[in-house]
Design a protein around this ligand. Sequence first.
Ligand code: TZP
Ligand code: MG
Length: 205
Amino acid sequence: MEVRQALRKYFIMGSQNCNGDPKEILKQAANAGITAFQYREKGNGALQGFQRYLLGKQLRDICKQYQIPFFVNDDEELAEILDADGIHVGQDDKPAAELRRRFPNKWIGLSISNQAELNNSPIDSIDYLGVGPIFSTTTKEDAKVAVGTQWVKEVKHAYPHIPIVGIGGISVDNAASVMEAGADGVSIISAITNAKYIDQAVSQL
Ligand code: TZP
Ligand code: MG
C-alpha cells in the first residue's frame, strides 16, 4: 500500500480518548472503513508500562486482521516491539533523520504547525506530513493555534510531492474542506471516538 492511500481516513486514539473498550471502538472503525490507525497513548490517564504495551499489541492485532496499517505515536521502542508499519513524531521528538536510520522500512510521519517548522523539517527523511491543528480542538491539551485549511494549501504548494494529512478538529462536516485544500487524507480522534454511531461517522467521513 502507498502511504497516500493509508492517510485517507486515518484514525488516531489511545485508551484516554475512549469511553468504551478501545478494542471494540477500533474494530467498529475498521469494519466501517478506516484506512490507517495510530496508537497514541498519551496525556491525562494514558496507560504506562505493561498495560500500554498490552493494549498496543491488541490494537495491532486488530489492524493486522483488517489489513490496516498500524502506526505508533512517538514511542520508538513500542514501534519496534509491536512491529508497527509506521511511527509518527512531533517537533519535540527524535529528529526524523535519526529515526530514518533506525527504521529504514517504516513509514515516518512528522507534525508541522507553521512555516518555521516546515522550513526546519527534514523532508527527505519522512513519508508524510501531519498538518494542523486545522480547526480548534480540545483533544490535545497542548495543541498549537488552529491554522485553517489555508495552511494545507501552503504546504501542498511548497511540497507538491509529499503526502499530507490534516489533523485537529476534523469532523464529518468539515473533512471535505480539508481534502479540497489539497490534503491526501484526514486524521481524526474525537469525531470517531465520541461518535454515537461509529460506523456512520466513518462512512460519512
Ligand atoms: N495533534 C494536533 S491536533 C490533535 C493532535 C494529536 C488532536 C486531534 O484530535 P481531534 O479530536 O480529532 O480534534
Ligand atoms: Mg510527540
